[in-house]
Every structure is written in C-alpha cells, then in structure tokens.
Design a protein around this ligand. Structure first.
Ligand SMILES: Nc1ncnc2c1ncn2[C@@H]1O[C@H](COP(=O)(O)OP(=O)(O)OP(=O)(O)O)[C@@H](O)[C@H]1O
Ligand SMILES: Nc1ncnc2c1ncn2[C@@H]1O[C@H](COP(=O)(O)OP(=O)(O)OP(=O)(O)O)[C@@H](O)[C@H]1O
Ligand SMILES: [Mg+2]
Ligand SMILES: [Mg+2]
Lengths: 228, 228
C-alpha cells in the first residue's frame, strides 16, 4: 500500500550536503502493523514524513496504492493525504487557538458530514485514543503533555484512514495510557488498517509484527516478530 | 534546598475550579537526586514549574534555600531562577530564530563572561548532554526531536546551577542516548548538584535515590531506592 524505491532525502546548507535518508527502499503491504526503530537522528521522522506525503524525497519514488506521487501536484498530494492517511506528529502540531474539539475535527472538514455525524466521530476518536470528553472544550495549552499527545492521536484516527503513521505516539505517556493506545492500534489493525509506528520503546515495538531498524539514514535490518 | 508547604494550584474556567495540585508538601535536601512519577495529567509538570519558580502556587509556600519566594517580585524571582536553577522543559522551549549555540548561551547572558569563556561553557554543555558540536550552527527546526531534547538539556546545564529540574528529559531519546544523559546527571549529582527528574521511564527512576509518586495532584507515596 506504501512503496518507497531508493528514496534519498538531502538537506543542503550552502556547500554542505547532509543525507537524512540514503537509498531507502521499503514495501508496506495493506493491513500490516510495523514499527520503525533507530537511534535519535537516524532519519525516522524524515522517513515517516516522506511516507505520509508531508515531504518529497530528493531522489527516488514514493507509491501510494500503486500511484507514483511525484506526478501529483501539491494540491492532489494534500487530497490523497487527507483521504487516506492519518498522521500523529512527534510534537503533535495542535493548533493553540482552536479548541480540542476543533483540533480533532479538522480532518473531517473536507467531507460532507452533518454537525451531528462530526460530533459522534470526534467523541469516539478521543475516547479511542484513551482521552476524556471533558477535554473537548479546552485548548491545547490547558492540557498536560500526555493529554495533548492523545489529542494528536485522536485527530489521526477520526477519519478512520486506511493508513495510520504515528511518530513516537507514546513518548509522553505513562505505561498504562501507552498500553491503551497500543490496544486501540491493535484493534484497528485487526479490522484492516495499515499502521506504521516510529518508537524508541521496545515494549511498543514488540506488539508489532515487523520491526524495521534504521541507522544513519539507511535501513539496516528488518525483524519479523512472532507474536500470538 | 527546595521546600513546598501545602501547595495548591487551581485553574479556573468560569465557574469551574480544577485542582492541578492539592496540598502538596515536599522537602528536597541539597544534593538529593530524586524522580517524580505518576500518570499523565497527575500534576508533575505543574509541580516542577512551581519548584522552578515558573509558576506561583494558588495557596501554600515555596521556599528556595529558606527564602519564602512569595515575598519576591517577579523580577527577583527571575533573578533567583536564572542564578540557581536549570530547567529542562517537557517540550524544550527552544527559540527557532536563534542558533543552537545562541539557545544554549541564553542563561549565560546575565553573567559577566568573555566570549571565550562562554564558548567553552556552551561547547562543554552540549557534549555533556550527549550532543554534537556540529549542531551549534544549526537552528532547532533542523534537528531531530531527540537532538532538540539534548539541546534543551545542555541549556539547563550550562550555568552549572545548584538545582536542575528536568521534565521528562529522555522522552524522545533512544536507550543509549538516554543512558548518556542519566550518566551525566549522576556525575553532576556526585559533585553536589541537586537534581529532580520527572519521568515516565522506570529505568530512569531506578537510577535515583528517591521516587515521589503523584496522583490527581497529590503525593501518594515516597519510595527510597537502595542503589549501589
Ligand atoms: N492552564 C490550564 N488550565 C486548566 N487546566 C490545566 C491547565 N494546565 C494544566 N491543567 C491541568 O492540570 C493537570 C496537570 O497537568 P500537568 O501538565 O502538570 O500534568 P503532568 O503530570 O505533567 O502530565 P504528563 O505526564 O501528561 O505531562 C492536567 O489534568 C491538565 O489538564
Ligand atoms: N531541515 C533540516 N536541515 C538539516 N538537517 C536536518 C533537517 N531536518 C532534519 N535534519 C537532520 O536529519 C537527521 C534525521 O532527522 P530525523 O528527525 O528524521 O531523526 P529521527 O530519527 O526522527 O530522530 P529522533 O528519534 O531524535 O526524533 C538528523 O540528523 C537531523 O539533524
Ligand atoms: Mg523524530
Ligand atoms: Mg507533563
């Protein structure tokens, strides 16, 4: 469902060229649940951003459901991203002047839904992310770090996208809240959603069927995890 | 060195009163290394902000080295904070338009130091935090999440403050980088610095001599850890 072919991402600062990704090739099949692990600075967020069409590779191809996205305009890319992908950002990217309700509702705005339908989806999303309905009227800066993280997760879930990409979704959560989030991801995966999780937590990675290891912008190992 | 007496922190939204901290009393002796653990939303960041003079309690007293800080003006508070305390924020609070060098240098600006002295302190700080000298010319948005976290740690270390307060300093780090940070904290503690770490990671907490557990804004348990 996502295919990366020889993807490179180069950042230039004047004369200096830095390779954040060097020749990364990866195929993710529909319905897979995989984690990506690696040292800080190894390229995980960059890789996820390329998969999630938030960033274009410097070289190489990205195919979403077989479509080569380099052929698409920014507008078409944004459309595909909104329809097919739910993204949990490493630092949430919540909008401070909107309420939590409005933040979670954001991905729904391009669809033709009634006020009532949207409210049900938003409420369901925040509960599924392990959050609380009482947060909906608040603003992001009135919530704790872990609470904001769960709001970011809810926003990624609200459209029930085919593909969920999560960048360190439990980094600010205690073990219990982190478990609830993983249980929701496992449930969604059992119903067919494709999920890719970047994580530093081996306990999270151990819940997934495949672990991709990245180091210095390259994939160095892929482990298949035999879980129940 | 830090004493909280019956501290309350109340947030009001119209008629609604929410107690983020309810009657918290805590004494931290000079040279202690303690961790604070608890569920997401339990009040850890609020507690650390009150200890670090970034926030004033609604009720109760805060004493820093015996001085009741409620008697001080905001300006005097800021002065004490700059001189005595190094704070690592949960979300770093780096300034995007400054370089990494300038970000780490910030706490040094009120002191009378030569350019050379400042450069040595900044370079030492970033290395001690497990970072790399090559980051110094960059800007925060050119670094990965974990790299930014280590810059935030470096900024808290650069003045060698008596008290270091760290809010989840390893949340975005891989195990190896997290270990390097803890080793530095242990080293500083062995040289007399008082260190308080808010963490969700039991492995980090196990390196500290005392663990304070907080739940729903109250301290529920204090464990003394017998480590080598
Ligand atoms: N400005 C505010 N207005 C209303 N409530 C607030 C405000 N700031 C924080 N709170 C509430 O205070 C409680 C404690 O927040 P705090 O940030 O201290 O939690 P925490 O223990 O650090 O959580 P985490 O582990 O998720 O970072 C939370 O329930 C939060 O919703
Ligand atoms: N705009 C940029 N300009 C220059 N270098 C960049 C830029 N953005 C990222 N990098 C570099 O690319 C590398 C990979 O960054 P990335 O954010 O993907 O790492 P990561 O694996 O997600 O790390 P972490 O676990 O710390 O979040 C890092 O070394 C970073 O310094
Ligand atoms: Mg990252
Ligand atoms: Mg917090």
């Amino acid at each position: 469902i996502i295919k990366l072919v020889n993807v490179h991402k180069i950042y230039r600062q004047g004369e200096i060229e830095f390779y954040a990704l060097k020749g990364v090739s990866l195929s993710i099949l529909e319905g897979e649940l995989i984690s990506i692990m690696g040292p800080s600075g190894s390229g995980k967020s960059t890789l996820l951003n390329v998969m999630g069409l938030l960033d274009r590779p410097t070289k190489g191809k990205v195919l979403i459901e077989g479509i080569d996205v380099s052929r698409l305009s920014d507008r078409e890319l944004a459309y595909i991203r909104n329809i097919k992908i739910g993204f949990v950002f490493q630092f949430f990217n919540l909008i401070n002047r909107l309420t939590i309700y409005e933040n979670i509702e954001l991905p729904l705005l391009v669809r033709n839904l009634s006020k009532k339908e949207k409210r049900m989806l938003v409420q369901s999303a925040i509960l599924r992310a392990g959050g609380d309905l009482s947060w909906l009227a608040k603003r992001p800066n009135q919530l704790s770090g872990g609470q904001q993280q769960r709001v970011a997760i809810a926003r990624a879930l609200v459209t029930s996208p085919k593909i969920i990409l999560a960048d360190e979704p439990t980094g600010n959560l205690d073990r219990y809240s982190g478990k609830l989030v993983m249980e929701e991801f496992l449930k969604l995966n059992s119903m067919g959603q494709t999920i890719v999780i970047v994580t530093h937590d081996p306990e999270i990675a151990n819940c997934t069927k495949k672990i991709v290891y990245i180091k210095n912008g390259e994939i160095v190992k892929v482990d298949t995890n035999d879980i129940n």
